[in-house]
Design a protein around this ligand. Structure first.
Ligand SMILES: *Cc1c(COP(=O)(O)O)cnc(C)c1O
Length: 362
């Protein structure tokens, strides 16, 4: 236990910018002179309209989205999207292409299977325990869409560039790297992200969908499972996750106004990741688990010489004020999640800790 804030390397829910947390704290009892907390106001009020519209506008500016794109806020996490995409976009003989780069891609594929949709897994890195991103992928000519996971939170790999799909829209799970870098949005028909990695609290999923993809959608679905319901009502067909949207708005404001936009954010993220990978590469004690060209800027996964040392490392880290360094329960090892909100100072401190731990245990 501690009464200080720790260096938080959690994978998700994850660290948020301190400035955002302070903003929330200072306006929590009286939001915008409303006399109410943001968690107490009506989602039909002008107060909340301002919040959701600001969040949408900021997302559009940051990603340079044109009018074809809708920015939506849904519930059910990224996991709900695994089902909503095939439900909405595949009918009859339609088929989709999937690239399998780890746990989350696998889960997305499973939902298409449960729904008895046609699909093809056109590439997979399962042969090497998902330690790399497949290259030179051949997509099906008749695929309605291609599904990718841009950053593999658990395996520590990331698409550094997106494949050419010959105009087939890419639908992309960007839960753990949305707003971490600029994107060429021409390639994407839909991107989505559970908020709890890089955007805000859990319970909200941001979905950005292009009009032509929206136009492909099946109509014979329950209202809450149709993208068109959200697009028609500015995400307020029912009560939206208000607090989540509010926090996302503050995070996007921080990216725009404090960080200076996505180019700057990307440079900052590269600098942070380089520090950590340099520390690992220059040691024979630590080893990354991802192949070099596929390494993630967001989730740095690494191993120590033995599981016993990994246990000691994680325990000592906690005692020294570093949290969240244990790898995902499905893979073991260690992982530092260094999303946008992780500061350069926190990584410098971690590198120092790792160097001392290596000296003491070599
Ligand atoms: C965490 C994560 C998910 C799951 O998100 P939920 O919001 O819990 O459903 C899906 N995809 C990726 C890439 C993730 O990192």
């Amino acid at each position: 236990m501690t009464d200080q804030r720790i260096f938080n390397f959690n994978a998700g829910p994850a660290a948020l910018p301190l400035k955002v947390l302070k903003d929330i704290q200072s306006s929590f009892l009286n939001f915008n002179q409303s006399g109410m907390s943001v968690t107490e106001i009506s989602h039909r009020s002008v107060y909340f309209d301002d919040v959701i519209n600001d969040a949408v506008e900021r997302a559009k500016r940051l990603l340079k989205l044109d009018d074809r794109f809708h920015v939506l806020f849904l519930q059910g996490g990224a996991s709900m999207q695994f089902a909503m995409m095939p439900m909405n976009l595949l009918s009859g003989d339609d088929s989709a292409d999937f690239v399998n780069t780890g746990t989350w891609s696998t889960k997305a594929i499973k939902e298409a299977e449960i729904l008895k949709k046609n699909f093809k897994v056109v590439a997979s890195s399962e042969d090497k325990n998902f330690s790399y991103i497949p290259k030179d992928i051949e997509f099906s000519n008749d695929a309605k869409y291609v599904h990718l996971t841009s950053n593999n939170t658990i395996k520590g790999t990331q698409f550094n560039e997106f494949p050419d799909t010959n105009g087939i829209p890419i639908l992309c799970d960007m839960s753990s790297d949305i707003f971490s870098r600029p994107l060429d949005m021409d390639k994407f028909g839909l991107i989505y992200a559970g908020a709890q990695k890089n955007l805000g609290p859990s319970g909200t999923c941001m979905v950005i969908i292009r009009q032509d993809v929206l136009d492909m959608a099946n109509d014979d679905l329950p209202s809450m499972l149709k993208y068109s319901t959200y697009a028609a009502k500015n995400s307020m067909y029912n009560t939206p996750p208000c607090f989540g949207i509010y926090t996302i708005d503050l995070v996007l404001k921080w990216i725009e106004e404090d960080m200076g936009g996505l180019e700057k954010v990307e440079q900052h993220n590269i600098k942070k990741a380089d520090l950590l990978y340099d520390c690992i590469d220059s040691s024979s004690f630590y080893k990354t688990t991802a192949e070099k060209y596929s390494r993630s800027l967001m989730n740095v996964t690494f191993r120590l010489p033995s599981e016993d040392l990994e246990k000691q490392f994680v325990a000592k880290a906690i005692d020294s004020g570093f949290g969240g360094l244990k790898g995902h329960r499905s893979v073991g090892g260690c992982r530092a999640s260094i999303y946008n909100a992780a500061t350069l100072e926190s990584i410098q401190a971690l590198v120092q800790f790792m160097e001392v731990f290596e000296k003491e245990n070599k």
